[in-house]
Structures are given as C-alpha cells and as structure tokens.
Design a protein around this ligand. Sequence first.
Ligand code: NAP
Length: 260
Amino acid sequence: MSLRIAVLGAGGRMGQAVVNAIGDHDELILSGALVRPGSTHVGRAAGPDVAYTDQPVGALDGAEIAIDFTLPQAFNSNVTACLEAHCPMVIGTTGLSATQKIRLRDVGRDLPLVWSPNMSIGVNLCFHLTELAAAALAVDYDAEIVDEHHRYKRDVPSGTALQFGELIAAARGQEFDKVMDFRAPGKSRQRHSGDIGFSAVRAGTEVGKHTVMFSSDSETVELRHRAMHRGAFADGALRAARWLAGRPAGLYSMTDVLGL
Ligand SMILES: NC(=O)c1ccc[n+]([C@@H]2O[C@H](COP(=O)([O-])OP(=O)(O)OC[C@H]3O[C@@H](n4cnc5c(N)ncnc54)[C@H](OP(=O)(O)O)[C@@H]3O)[C@@H](O)[C@H]2O)c1
C-alpha cells in the first residue's frame, strides 16, 4: 500500500537519509520536504515533483505521515503544524526539554505519534535486553553508559543514552533524576551505590555507539550497539511510519512498533 510522507528537517543528515530511504521503496512517496526558514535548500528539488520548502503548511499538503528529524527549537512549530493538518508524526528529534516531552504526551491524545530517541531496530532490542539485565542484576551491579558520536552532535548525553538510563532506573525501582550522574570534568567524586553513570565521546564521524555496562566486584556484563550508517535510523523511522498509518491517536514508542 502506498504511503505519502513529508520529511521535516529534510536538509539535515537524518532528513537526507530518510529522503534517500524513501527513494528505495516504490510504495513510499516523498510528498513534502521541510527545511529551516530561509534555508538555501528552498526551491531546489528534493525528489520527483517535490521541492524543499520552509512553509510547514505546504510541506504537509497531501502527507499521510510526517517524519521529523529536526532540532528541539523546531519541535513546537512542527507539532503545531501537524496538529492543524491532522498529520500523524514519527519524531526522532532528541534533546527535547521536560516541557516538550509533556507536550508530546498531550498531543498524543489527539494525534498518532511515535517518538523514539533511537529508531534503530537493534537499539530497541538492546533497550529490551537492558531492562532484563537491570532487573536481574539490581543495584548490586554498578551501571555505566557510554555514548560515542560524531563531532557535530549537539546534545550530551545522547537521547539514547538517557533512554537506557531511564529504563535501568525504572527496572531497579529508582527515580532516574536522583541517580543519574553525568561524569564531566571537574566533577570528581566517588560513585554512590545505585548511581547510573554517563560519559560521552564526541569525535570524528562515529554515527552512534552505545555501551551499557553492569559491573560487580567479580564480573562485568556489557551490551553494545553500533550503527554503521544513518540508514539504520531511517529504516526504523520508515517501519514506524508504515506501522502508524491508520492507528488511533496515542503516543507510541518503537517498542510498540516492533511488538517487543
Ligand atoms: N531518533 C533517532 O534514531 C535519531 C538518530 C540520529 C539523530 N537523531 C536526532 O535527530 C535530530 C537531527 O539530527 P541530524 O544529525 O540530522 O542533525 P542536523 O544535520 O543538524 O539536522 C537538523 C536539521 O533540522 C533543520 N531545521 C532546523 N530548524 C528547522 C525548522 N524549523 N524546520 C525544518 N527544519 C529545521 C536544520 O536546518 P539547518 O541546517 O539549516 O539549521 C537541519 O537541516 C537531532 O535531534 C538528532 O539528535 C535521532
């Protein structure tokens, strides 16, 4: 069945990966491509019969689903435009504020939404395995999360790293905000029992590598995922788009999409 998709943030690294991935599937049609207001992309061809635009209403015209990989500052206007156009959204943007996450829940009452800080199928499997590990190992094992990304990534820790941490805290019956510890320079102190430690590397072209570690005095368990290219996230976003088409309003996750 064909599906008409508008890509929001179409000029960015992920937006381009999604536009390319749509082109690989005959049944998927790029119906709109939204870029930042005033972007030099405006007016250029994004695909057959589609030009990049900075006008949300035009970008959403005729779309059955919008896939949004932009930046937190574009979140409110994109969500408002999709609500007005009654266009379900797959949202991959990370670094959302607490207020924006509340808005996501509110909008989910009126519009079908999938939001995931990581659309990769492998990462979502790792989310599931991490929950199992955290519940079995409990606070007796120190939990540490390391995320490695390319030099241009803006948020730190990554949205995926935070999601791993939130899942660990929930599985161990902890309040995430009370045990989350980002290991930054000049913040040296011993770990408290039950802390969930975060550290990050921002260098080169690394697309996204996450390591979740559980260590006791006698052993370490590590779960590691590495995305080789952005197609891993684009393919997951397209799978979410197909799954979301025709669903009732609700805020869904990739766990729902994959049936995990
Ligand atoms: N969920 C996942 O699986 C996943 C995977 C990878 C990345 N991400 C997240 O996805 C987001 C995008 O990542 P990226 O690497 O593609 O970043 P990027 O290359 O910086 O792309 C973001 C794009 O959004 C555009 N933009 C800014 N404001 C906009 C607006 N109001 N309307 C339309 N477009 C707007 C930017 O335009 P300009 O360049 O002109 O400013 C840029 O092209 C980030 O939040 C990143 O963390 C999520």
